[in-house]
Write a protein that binds this ligand. Sequence first.
Ligand code: FES
Length: 105
Amino acid sequence: MIHLCADTDIEDNSARGLQGEGYNLIAVRKKGQLYLYNNRCPHRGIPLEWMPDQFLDHGKHYLQCATHGALFKIDDGHCIAGPCANDKLTAVDFEHRDGQIYLVG
Ligand code: FES
């Protein structure tokens, strides 16, 4: 398993990028629940952000792709608007252990 970060590194209603050898992920927390997705927009197969850790829309309700504005639900990665509507971000399995987050697989 790969260590990603401390659980406390991802504050509620925030998102950040986690990059390392072989992975580029979005970690996002909403209502205390943590979600992890591959940082790859299904429209063009590129990362969502232009600025580091800028993944959320203005209202912090959705993940937003900076290139063409696609909006993704935080809790399941489903695209609700934009050029890849009805596609989705790929969820990534992770594990909590002793206050740390690990990538599974
Ligand atoms: S590359 Fe993400 S919406 Fe086009």
